[in-house]
Ligand binder design. Structure first.
Ligand SMILES: NC(=O)c1ccc[n+]([C@@H]2O[C@H](COP(=O)([O-])OP(=O)(O)OC[C@H]3O[C@@H](n4cnc5c(N)ncnc54)[C@H](O)[C@@H]3O)[C@@H](O)[C@H]2O)c1
Length: 326
């Protein structure tokens, strides 16, 4: 079968592309390589189309035509820097999504899978947070944009134009990881192995999942409804300090920890994120990795692929990223 993956040169998308190619499918990746890496695809037998999804283009219609499904993962995937460029989440996460939805409907593709986020719940009142929990207040432009994109896709589904499955992920870890707290901490420790600056007080509680578990769910779990929302995560959470313990243990270091203080790391950080995953578990899906195993695997993959750290270092220098971890 033919599948199209937008953002397929990125962290999660390239793992999904690898999975579909392994299963014998024809895979087309659409990516502008803004954060994605063509190098992630070198061993994957797929077609890379370098296109910016923020501008409508007829090329996209030709690419998606005949696809069994379009997996729309292209986005600004970083929660933290929305306030540095207040239009970025709107254009990359909302407008790009509309352009993909329109290309699908014009080309007669019915099935669209959308990568959303647990960040849409903001500072959730109900934890673990189920899909039908109220989330009246957004705490980041990223969450606001993903929530808006979900709303647009719900309207396309309601109009009978698309069948849409929205997956709301917790933070994802594993091979080809390029952003998030593990890489932030390793980048700091490469500069100074004796000292680690932690945003907040380290007691923030977060849930994480391994990218293999994420890909297994995204590629197989469907509800049969025209529009559905499915949380994805593990049935556990950890503190930032737990994760730091696994990272420094994996690296064989014992740095002095310094804290910026407060119960959250940055404006829009949510001190406790843990999703209720009963819905996805009811389909039979189960995560194979614990959070600890996911963190340790990410560290070992990054240490074996230091070119990724170099690229993120140069990108983050340009962005003035303090790199305290999220
Ligand atoms: N990684 C996580 O922890 C996490 C958690 C929740 C949700 N998500 C969502 O999962 C998806 C994939 O995230 P990721 O971690 O792989 O991020 P990523 O940055 O590695 O991948 C995003 C990809 O989209 C591409 N892209 C961005 N804007 C584009 C545009 N305008 N046109 C074409 N391509 C564009 C980038 O080049 C990149 O390859 C995103 O939608 C993200 O919001 C990720």
């Amino acid at each position: 079968m033919k599948y199209v993956i937008t953002g397929g040169a990125g962290f999660i998308g390239s793992n999904l592309a690898a999975e579909f190619v392994r299963a014998g499918h024809e895979v087309h990746v659409v990516d502008n390589l803004s954060t994605g890496q063509a190098r992630f695809l070198t061993d994957i037998d797929c077609h890379l189309h370098r296109i910016d999804l923020c501008s409508p283009t007829t090329d996209l219609g030709d690419i998606v035509a005949g696809a069994a499904a379009v997996y729309h993962l292209a986005a600004n995937a970083d929660v933290r820097f929305g306030w540095q460029d207040r239009r970025r989440d709107l254009s990359q996460n909302v407008i790009a999504t509309l352009n993909v939805a329109d290309a699908c409907t014009a080309a007669g593709v019915r099935e669209l899978i959308f990568s959303s986020t647990g960040s849409v719940y903001g500072q959730a009142a109900v934890i673990p947070t189920p899909e039908d929990a109220p989330y009246p207040i957004q705490t980041s432009l990223y969450g606001a944009a993903k929530s808006a994109a979900e709303g647009f896709l719900a309207a396309y589904a309601e109009a009978g134009l698309l069948t849409v499955t929205v997956f709301r992920f917790v933070s994802v870890l594993g091979p080809r990881y390029t952003h998030g707290h593990v890489i932030d901490f390793i980048r700091q420790l490469r500069r100074d192995p004796m000292r680690l600056l932690v945003l907040g007080d380290g007691t923030q509680r977060k849930s994480y999942m391994h990218v293999d578990d994420c890909v297994a769910a995204v590629s197989t779990v469907r509800t049969g409804e025209p529009f559905s929302v499915v949380n994805l995560g593990t049935a556990e959470y950890c503190t930032v300090l737990d994760s730091i313990g696994w990272i420094v243990d994996e690296l064989g270091l014992a740095p002095v920890l310094e804290f910026t203080g407060g119960d959250r790391g940055w404006v829009g950080d949510n001190p406790f994120i843990w999703l209720d995953t009963a819905r996805v578990r009811s389909t039979g899906w189960r995560p194979r990795y614990t959070i600890e195993a996911s963190v340790r695997h990410t560290v070992s993959w990054l240490m074996a692929n230091p070119w990724v750290l170099d690229i993120v270092d140069s990108r983050s220098d340009a962005q003035a990223d303090p790199g305290g971890g999220r």
